[in-house]
Design a protein around this ligand. Structure first.
Ligand code: SF4
Length: 284
């Protein structure tokens, strides 16, 4: 009979944090291995949130690092930055690190718990192997976004600090970063890049440095240009219009997006991707 290993990978995001709480409460006698795949290109908010989770739950999260740093991997990829269609970062820095870590447990059946919620319809990148069984307890138990927020609130963990809403009085808009992962993650919308510039200018400048070879995180919008006052003005106005539009009529399945010429091509592309491909290893 094979031994069993129960793994919960926490990303520094709300869903995986809620999953850790939920599973510990549901199976108090089960031993879980909590893993965090650290790209060393994370926001301090993420480390703070993981520390909070560990101290409140009384658990130990093991930090695992990729064999090569992002800088080394970038060099290997001839300075070609990762993008939604060339997502080598997730494979190299998270997926392979997960599989390498699991090498030690070849004789085990590995239960890999993933925090995809019942109200989501996505799969993303999930490690697969004949001895790895993917389990989605939130899907199985009908846990939705509101349940996740309640679980985090009741446990005293709350949301990561990057969810703190920024209110811009001049434009009358509220925005925040909507996911965990690397500070330069190309899955960020333009308003989130503005958020990064305003809240974490040092990280923004580091992300800018990776563009030095002419490749940019956003097609046709290098980060040096994105922070020009005219660009920020345009992004904030476009964001405001988008919010107003959403209030009037919820946008389903990307319909109407095509007609909204005030929304950047970058944000439209992300809206399409978000439905099913976002990385479960980075952003839950
Ligand atoms: S968070 Fe974004 S940039 Fe970082 S590994 Fe994941 S997909 Fe790549």
């Amino acid at each position: 009979m094979r031994k069993e290993l129960h793994v919960i990978s926490v990303s520094g995001g709300k869903d995986s944090a809620a999953l850790a709480i939920y599973m510990k409460e549901k199976y108090p006698d089960r031993e879980f291995k909590y893993l965090f795949f650290d790209t060393e290109e994370e926001l301090q908010d993420t480390y703070d949130y993981l520390n909070k989770l560990q101290s409140i739950l009384g658990i130990k999260v093991e930090y695992k690092f990729p064999e090569k740093s992002f800088k080394e991997l970038l060099l290997q990829h001839n300075d070609y930055l990762p993008s939604p269609s060339q997502r080598w970062c997730t494979r190299k820095m998270k997926l392979e690190t997960f599989l390498n870590t699991m090498q030690e447990f070849k004789d085990y059946t590995i239960y890999n718990y993933v925090g995809i919620r019942a109200d989501e319809n996505r799969e993303g990148l999930i490690p697969t192997d004949e001895h790895i069984v993917t389990v989605m307890p939130f899907k199985d138990d009908g846990i939705t976004l509101n349940d996740v927020k309640r679980i985090l609130h009741d446990a005293g963990v709350g949301l990561p600090a990057y969810y703190d809403v920024v209110y811009d009085e001049e434009y009358d808009i509220e925005y925040f970063r909507s996911r965990s992962g690397c500070y330069f993650c190309f899955f960020m919308r333009q308003i989130e890049w503005v958020w990064l510039w305003e809240k974490h200018p040092d990280e923004y400048k580091k992300a800018m440095e990776f563009e030095k070879s002419g490749y940019s995180w956003i097609k046709d919008m290098p980060l040096s240009k994105l922070i020009e006052p005219e660009s920020i003005d345009k992004i904030k106005k476009s964001y405001k219009r988008m919010q107003e539009q959403r209030k009037k009529q919820p946008i389903k399945n990307g319909t109407m997006m095509e007609e909204m010429d005030f929304i950047s091509e970058h944000d439209k592309m992300l809206d399409e991707i978000e439905k099913d491909e976002l990385c479960t290893m980075c952003t839950l």
